[in-house]
Ligand binder design. Sequence first.
Ligand code: HDE
Length: 693
Amino acid sequence: MEKKPHEEPTKKQKQLDDFKIDHDGKDLTTDQGTKVSNTSESLKAGERGPTIMEDFHFREKMTHFDHERIPERVVHARGFGAHGYFQVYEPLTDLTKAKFLQDPNIKTPVFVRFSTVVGSRGSADTVRDVRGFATKFYTEDGNFDLVGNNMPIFFMQDAIKFPDFVHSIKPEPNNEIPQASAAHDTLWDWVVNNQESAHMMMWLLSDRGIPRSFRMMEGFGVHTFRLVNAQGKARFVKFHWKPKLGVHSLTWDEAQKIAGKDPDFNRRDLWDAINKGEYPEFELGLQIIEEEQEFDFDFDILDATKIWPEEQVPVKIVGKMTLNKNQDNFFAETEQAAFHLGNVVPGIDFTNDPLLQGRLFSYLDTQLLRLGGPNFHEIPINRPVVQYYNNQRDGFHRMTIDRGKVAYFPNSIRNNYPMPVQGKDGGYEHYQEKVEGRKVRTRSESFNDHFSQATLFWNSMSPAEKKHIIKAFHFEVGSVMDKKISQKVVDMFSQVDTNLAREIAKGIGVSAPATKNKTKITDTSPALSQENTVKTARTRKVAVILDEGFNYNELKQVKIAFQQQGLHCEVISKTLSPVNSAAGDQVDPDKSFANSHSVMYDALYIPGGQHIQNLTSYKETKDFVNDTYAHAKPIGATNEALDLLSSTLVNNIAYTNDHQGEVYSNLGVVTIKDATELKEFNQAFINAISQHR
Ligand code: HDE
């Protein structure tokens, strides 16, 4: 990922510019443009007298304030957006007629909103939850919204269950507890009564539920869509986003601590990366199934609780999205962004996935309330980059001034304009799938296997990932008050794996599963394990702890190596006052112990020097080292800094050898003694950071 300091604004960014204003050097006015002489004293009848109704400035200012909140999203309330563009690598003419997928030279503007699902707008970023990954492509054919998540499946198969599910996972209605958490009775009661959720619950309780960064998670369209080419040939497709930085997660302990130390951790990370020119990149991948192969699998390809294992249906990488611009105003852009699964362009179509069909209704409906009427498509962030023409009129907050007296079709006065166009001229034509059947409220039998893929997921986890899942069950189900529900959880997950269920039971004080696992699934899908992801140290953040008398030469060498390989460091000291090295060089700390914590960093480096004596006497230093070590993050120490490690948990492992000037690396602790030249140390330390943990 190259650092790109400046890129041309996209067509969408230019369109937004027309709506932006700057206030520097301007006179204060009312909303009507009248200059205001005083905005700190209301108009009164006498110095100590009552405020007067006539004070139009007071009334306007207060009224606007009183009305400045809109309803938060009923789910995905907390989110953060960024602008960018998408480019296809090769023309996809064979697969689809979608124009934005034809020409590698075209940069299609995008706006992406990442989100958590359950918490309210002010909740913490690092809670255990699914992450939303919604992308609006502003194409020349109109807007295409890919409204996905960071997990490839969902909790249920039919959208009609969504309100029940959301009511169960949101805070309980009597006391609005707990915030942004699945760890309570109602959610688990819903789960045991809806066994189709088994697979998704495995994902939620895995490390995928606590991503290290929005830049380090995958995105999935979840449903099966259709791609249709110019000849009318259709294929089934699933959409994937693959992050160039790999897929990485926090530990649960880190996530909980960060929720207190920096609840904005994920949004700050995205904002800072874009500001530094380290533009997050995601490759678009497609899994394609031919219509003739629809029934060739041991799962139903329309069932949104199933993946298409990548080993069976490979992901074809077809293009890349780059996020290169932060929003200017959170409310105007992120909060007012309105995504809708029904925003498609010719060449992209739907299937009969019953979860998808229900979503097609919900998104437009919810915006009508949230954004106050049917004209939300005119809000700058939602406008397509092509002009729209139709006979829709009026409604709250209409911005467009439609001229002329005709607002109906067909019409003679305006020769039928605006006129529908046939498919070959770009008019959207729904794929003519043949459907036949009785009206029934049932689900296909082919949707009935709820456990095989949950077992596949479990089998595919590394030992560390399995341990995390068991611990997550202990926390989540351990928080359930009603033991009958907890018991049912164990019985349900025994159908995924008997040992898993036994381990869950041990931790939450209920009986081990009565029956042995009947499933015979022994397959694995290596693509499911985060251990097999891209590993790079680029853009990672390292804490450097210093005090008076540190070795400046060592710090300098490490900083240069970091810079060359795209890592960042922040200097932390006891206070924010400048710190002097032994040779008299001064460094201004970025943070003090009071406003930093090891959980905010990917690694820790401590240079040598006389400062080790002071640092060893500080509790904060030891806490920092111990936490970094407990979270299995790399620790680098040079020369005298090794002495500090002996008073910490690192002392439990070997971290030093007898060979002068040689790098020693064990379990992510990288050290060197009696060395002035740190080249090899730097490389070993950076390699350790690239391994993530
Ligand atoms: Fe959503 N979902 N959802 N969802 N969803 C909303 O729309 C809904 C589902 C997703 O950043 C709401 O504008 C139903 C799956 C994202 O603004 C609402 C069902 C997936 C976002 C809604 C689902 C998603 C939403 C609330 C069951 C992944 C945030 C606010 C069938 C593929 C978009 C809003 C943003 C938001 C309904 C299930 C992703 C109420 C009925 C599956 C990323 O319309």
